[in-house]
Design a protein around this ligand. Structure first.
Ligand SMILES: Nc1ncnc2c1ncn2[C@@H]1O[C@H](COP(=O)(O)OP(=O)(O)OP(=O)(O)O)[C@@H](O)[C@H]1O
Ligand SMILES: [Mg+2]
Length: 385
């Protein structure tokens, strides 16, 4: 990697196989007292580099005929959305592709051959435009279970409810999204009708806009908004990554806080969804296999996607020794090798009653041990940010 840095501001990151050209752009940027970093690799190889996350702007030079480059570009655009503009530099584009670049929120498109000074001008324009936009600042919390039935859905719903209560009374600023398109339980747990019609969106993802999203949301009496698919339990729904990314992009534009109930089985879009989240909670329960699975999932996620920083929540925590195995909090911490974010009390009666009556936990009993524990985990961090 060639790196040219000046000043303390964050750098413009230039990614692409044409290292010689990108270096000439970087040299021109530094001459103008800016800072630039060149990663002379195709975007699919460079997309996970840590320098990208602190970038002021990212310029991606690519061959638009390479599908893997386009997929990586989309992931990058999603990750940086609202944080840094992404510009594309390429030579072969048709109208359909230009439209797609717009959809994935590419700030500007430059056609090769192009002069370094034109790239700089485009970057400055994009930086100026993004600075004048209000900070989208939405927070995305993902909950993913390490094993079946550990309570990920329960904790996702309660987190959404906590965030809802912490927001101004009349605002509908929090959305819970059930990404388990096949066996989602959020709508049932809240006794709501799911309205997301994937069969309608599937063939025409480009039609998906804020207006259509509005029709597919369901409002809970608390003010929480739910996006959940009309269930198709006997079919395996094939939902394209494009559709999921676009849905989440719209949801995060529309809402300040978004909570995702992510299914345990890996989908082609799971990595991208997690990468687009501000916080990823792996949920497990307080059993020996549960702790092992929790650690395994957190370790493998952070090895593969280091910027995720997954944290583990141990649900159904019991103070006393567990089933005579002598498992205590210190053992739980040790078993999770530093990934433990917190524990949530076991309260079967309360959770069961809430589910059966289609109520949030506070609707059954306010200030329960389950919601106090969760509040400590979720709201303490929100306040610290
Ligand atoms: N803190 C808790 N105390 C007691 N019971 C709980 C707690 N959290 C969840 N449960 C119970 O565990 C069961 C599974 O919960 P939930 O559906 O939230 O799990 P999940 O991880 O989403 O499962 P799935 O793998 O089906 O997606 C439910 O019956 C729920 O009542
Ligand atoms: Mg679930």
């Amino acid at each position: 990697m060639t790196e040219t840095r000046q000043g303390n501001g964050s750098a413009i990151v230039l990614i692409g196989p044409d290292g010689a050209f990108l270096n000439s752009v970087a040299a021109a940027i530094t001459q103008n007292a800016g800072a630039a970093v060149v990663i002379p690799e195709a975007v699919e190889a460079a997309a996970r580099r840590p320098e990208i996350d602190g970038a002021a702007a990212v310029v991606v030079e690519l061959d638009a005929r390479r599908r893997e480059s386009l997929v990586a570009l989309q992931g990058l655009a999603l990750r940086l959305f609202g944080r840094a503009p992404v510009l594309v530099l390429t030579d072969s584009v048709d109208d359909a592709l230009i439209r797609w670049f717009l959809q994935i929120r590419i700030s500007d498109l430059l056609r090769k051959p192009v002069e370094p000074k034109d790239v700089i001008k485009a970057c400055l324009r994009a930086l100026k435009a993004s600075a004048s936009l209000p900070d989208d600042g939405s927070q995305i919390f993902s909950f993913i279970p390490a094993a079946g039935g550990v309570g990920a859905t329960t904790l996702a719903i309660e987190t959404a409810m906590l965030l809802r209560r912490a927001a101004p009374r009349e605002s509908d600023s929090v959305c819970l999204v059930d990404l388990d398109f096949q066996n989602g339980a959020c709508a049932d747990y809240l006794d709501l009708e799911p309205r997301l019609d994937l069969a309608e969106i599937g063939p025409h993802p480009e039609r998906l806009d804020l207006q259509l999203l509005e029709i597919m949301l369901t409002r809970h009496a608390s003010g929480l908004m739910l996006l959940a698919a009309k269930g198709q339990p006997a079919q395996s729904p094939k939902v394209d990554t494009d559709v999921v990314v676009r849905l989440l992009d719209l949801v995060s534009t529309r809402f300040e806080s978004v909570v995702l109930d992510v299914p345990r089985f890996w989908m082609p879009w799971t990595d991208q969804v997690l990468l687009g989240s501000n916080r990823v909670y792996v949920v497990t329960d307080m059993t020996v296999p549960g702790l092992r699975l929790g650690r395994r999932m957190a370790t493998s996620l952070s090895e593969r996607l280091p910027e995720l920083k997954p944290r583990v929540i141990v649900n159904r925590f019991e103070q006393q020794m567990l089933f005579g195995t002598g498992l205590r909090r210190a053992d739980v911490e040790r078993a999770l090798e530093g990934y433990l974010e917190g524990t949530v009390a076991n309260n079967y009666k309360l959770v069961r009653e809430a589910i059966d009556r289609g109520l949030p936990l506070d609707g059954v009993k306010s200030g329960s041990n389950v919601s106090t524990d969760l509040k400590r985990i979720v709201l303490a961090q929100t306040a610290a940010e």
